[in-house]
Design a protein. Structure first.
Length: 351
């Protein structure tokens, strides 16, 4: 599905979320169940209407082997086909869309979850890096993001204040449950945690779950474009100043949607940007201009959870289209060190 329209229409029929909070006292299955039940209620369906399930989770974050097994019952995967995606929730949604577009299933439930409050998330990300050359340095995903930001800021003395302004704008729009600095000066005075990134420039991480029901039957929101890309894992084998993988994923999604990526009419954009410099990289890779509304709810800066981030942006984009705020919206997911993996979904009013 890298080119040409989807063989079969795919619609977003239901959305449910367990909103991100710094620490959810519930066990993972309870948190996931809330999102699933909300998605079923939104789609006006029952578990018997679901043909298959795609889940997104990471064993290291949950402290479990095959972390999807812990939620098998609450996602209604008992005696049903289930696929587990160990990367990002939006990647799981695109996998489910491929299942429907191929004609394999008519209705698929997509669920993503993560609880960063259970362990040192950044410490765990070290295990995803090269064990010979990178892990001994103590590097993690935050250090990779700092290295990326440092390369972008080199020769750009205004970068830090510009990024603080972006972070402040997103935080004010989010008005979430995380007690975090929301003014430019507060952000610039917050501790440096991965130079030049400051604590206030980082999207707050917590616990969350998101569920989406995709169907072949007509609904208010239709998925028209899908694209994904996995860049080189080795940091030295790609230019960290650019998200070339996103550029390719975006071009593929536009090709599926039958649109010109250079003049694509996008009204709403929901990127998965954990840091403000990533937002600049997103804009550069997609060439989406200022006309598109970007993260009106604050995006990930309202609070997020790894793995869930992209699927939550997919849900936000679908809500925007459904509410009539946008005719066409783009959702984005990223995973891996410095945005190694990239996924794009294009949504529009159902037809």
């Amino acid at each position: 599905m890298s080119a040409g329209a989807l063989r079969r229409p795919v619609y977003v029929s239901g959305i449910g979320e367990s909103r991100p909070v710094p620490r959810d006292p519930r066990a993972i299955p309870e948190m996931v169940l809330e999102a699933v039940q909300a998605a079923y209620a939104d789609a006006r369906c029952a578990h018997t209407d679901i043909d298959a399930v795609v889940t997104a989770s990471v064993d290291l974050l949950d402290g479990l082997t095959a972390s999807n097994i812990a939620v098998t019952e609450v996602v209604d995967a008992v005696m049903k086909p289930e696929t587990r995606i160990s990367s990002e929730g939006l990647a799981a949604a695109l996998h489910a869309a491929a299942q429907i577009a191929s004609g394999a299933y008519d209705a698929v439930l997509v669920v993503a979850h993560a609880k960063t409050s259970m362990a040192d998330y950044q410490g765990l990300t070290r295990w995803a890096l090269d064990p010979i050359h990178v892990q001994p340095l103590g590097a993690d995903f935050l250090a990779c993001a700092g290295l990326q930001a440092a390369m972008l800021a080199d020769g750009d003395p205004g970068a830090e204040r510009r990024w603080a302004k972006v972070a402040a704008e997103r935080r004010r729009a989010g008005n979430g449950t995380f007690l975090i600095p929301s003014s430019v000066e507060e952000i610039l005075l917050s501790p440096v945690i991965a130079a030049p990134l400051r604590e206030g420039m980082c999207a707050p991480l917590g616990d969350a779950a998101c569920a989406v029901v995709l169907t072949a039957g007509s609904a208010a929101v239709r998925l028209t474009g899908v694209g994904w890309d996995l860049d080189s894992h080795a940091l030295g084998e790609r230019d960290l100043r650019r998200w070339d993988g996103l550029r390719r994923a975006f071009a593929r999604a536009c090709a599926v949607a039958g649109m010109d990526p250079r003049g694509m009419p996008i009204d709403l954009v929901e990127p998965s940007c954990f840091y403000p410099h990533e937002e600049e990289m997103f804009r550069a890779a997609t060439a989406i201009g200022e006309r598109a509304e970007l993260s009106p709810d604050g995006g990930l800066f309202a609070g997020t959870a790894p793995v869930v981030a992209g699927l939550s942006r997919f849900a936000a984009a679908a809500r925007g289209v459904r509410a009539g705020r946008a005719k066409r919206a783009l959702a984005h997911g990223a995973w891996g060190p410095a945005g190694q993996g990239q996924a794009v979904a294009i949504l529009q009013a159902g037809a």
